[in-house]
Design a protein around this ligand. Structure first.
Ligand code: PEP
Ligand code: CO
Length: 447
């Protein structure tokens, strides 16, 4: 590690997307409290994830990363957390079975509370207020009071992350993901889904496979707690700094607020504070790369974030949009090849496909998400590269935020159960349908 890096060296770089706190003494006291609280994850888990991601880079595993666009404090409930975990684990089951590969499961969970915004202020009927930047920073209500950034929210965010983490760990310990009990996995809506039969056949086949392996080996399969990792956008750098720790018997620094922090597209400036902060922690790191990113910019990011070309260290999450991916992705793949850089390529098929309807509602079309994913497999194959994972915004709840899918949600359906304050998510049915499509596509794209 460069000796010019420290957890505060980002302070000397230009920083964007930070809350404008008004009272620095309150901020300082919150940060000092945060710095003393125990970590949410351990360095051992962080390093284990890096190894898993290295396997995915080699095509020996597949990454599934998903969850809410933004977690809400009000959604820190047993129902919301267990439904989100459930749909991720169901997708995992579909992928493991179909791809015949281990799946690296990562939630956008237990800390995904802060959002980058395109505009600092929002104006309604002539009144301008600071934009909502996620529950970590301010409230979504359009009042001056709610929109004022409040540092106390970081403490609440940390506590809610810890509660979420605790519940996730307990569910997994309690056999929540156990393939012996597919009956625990059914969600109510499945009974009226057109994909019900396909899904049930799959669950049956998985149960049969587990029993077959057990009969052969004479042992019970899958006894250990399934691995599950957390991720969030490393956005509010004061918070990330407060969770940056050294641990006994390990070199260097770890961000122990999450296993897998990522740098968002709006903060991936090579000379900026977010890249500076992330280059110094030993966690695996992801960077979002979007349309129009210059190859030289990407090459500099590769050099700064992974100078030793360490396996598993760097994931590139491309989020091009179905219209741009065929033009904009190949030069980036070529840049990575030219550098001989080890990266894991992951497709975020959500963020390039957001649109705003005439009535101001933000949505995404399932067809566009599907097309971007399918094109991602094809583009990588044509460039001699490999798509090693997917990144999705989704929830286990039966929301109506994205159009289309097996049940063909229409514009008039969106009002029925639209809950996101930020980006529209796939509902559980759409998420599972996508998992099945990934299997079909991956299998047909395999060399
Ligand atoms: C996100 O993942 O919610 C996000 C804001 O993504 P991006 O940085 O790719 O726009
Ligand atoms: Co989003």
């Amino acid at each position: 590690m460069d000796n010019d890096w420290s957890p505060v060296s980002w302070h000397d770089k230009p920083v964007t997307q930070q809350p404008a706190y008004e009272e620095s003494d309150k901020l300082e006291s919150v940060l000092s409290e945060l710095g003393k609280l125990p970590p949410l994850v351990t360095s051992g888990e962080v390093l284990a994830l890096k190894q898993r991601l290295a396997q995915a880079q080699e095509g020996k595993a597949f990454l599934l990363q998903g969850g809410d666009c933004a977690e809400r404090f009000d959604d820190c409930t047993s129902g919301h957390i267990s439904n989100n975990l459930k749909v991720l684990l169901q997708m995992n089951l579909v992928l493991v079975h179909g791809l015949k590969l281990p799946v690296v499961r990562i939630g956008r969970i237990a800390g995904q509370y802060a959002k980058p915004r395109s505009a600092d202020v929002e104006t309604r009927q002539g009144v301008s207020l600071p934009s909502y930047r996620g529950d970590f920073v301010n409230g979504p209500e359009f009042t001056a009071e709610a929109r004022r950034p409040d540092p106390q929210r970081m403490l609440r965010g940390h506590a809610h992350s810890a509660m979420t983490m605790n519940f996730v760990r307990s569910l997994l310990d309690g056999g929540f993901a156990d393939a012996h009990h597919p009956e625990y996995w059914d969600l109510e809506w499945m009974s009226c889904s057109p994909m019900h039969n396909e899904y049930r056949r799959l669950v049956q086949a998985i149960g049969d496979s587990v029993r077959f392996v057990e009969a052969l080996s004479g042992d019970r399969a899958g006894g250990a707690r399934p691995e599950f990792y957390t991720s969030h956008e490393a956005l509010v750098l004061q918070y990330e700094q407060s969770q940056t720790r050294q641990v006994p018997r390990q070199d260097g620094w770890f961000n122990l607020s999450t296993h897998f922090p990522w740098i968002g597209m709006r903060t991936a400036h090579v000379d900026g504070a977010h890249v500076e902060y992330c280059r110094g922690v030993r966690n695996p790191i992801a960077v979002k790369v979007g349309p129009g990113l210059e190859s030289d910019h990407l090459k500099r990011l590769l050099a700064i974030l992974n100078p030793d070309n360490e396996p598993g260290r760097l994931t590139l999450i491309h989020r091009m949009g179905e219209r741009n991916i065929e033009n904009d992705l190949p030069p980036l793949i070529a840049a990575v090849c030219q550098e001989g850089a080890r990266v894991l390529w992951c497709c975020d098929a959500m963020h390039g496909n957001t649109e705003t309807l005439g009535n101001g509602v933000k949505t995404r079309r399932f067809e566009n998400i599907r097309t971007e994913l399918e094109r991602a497999f094809d583009v990588h194959a044509a460039c001699g590269s490999r798509l090693g994972g997917v990144h999705l915004e989704m929830t286990g709840e039966n929301v109506t935020e994205c159009l289309g899918g097996a049940r063909n949600l229409r514009e008039e359906d969106l009002a029925r159960h639209y809950r996101s304050q930020v980006d529209p998510r796939l509902n559980c049915e759409q998420a599972l349908e996508l998992a099945m499509l990934i299997v079909r596509k991956h299998t047909s794209a395999a060399p």
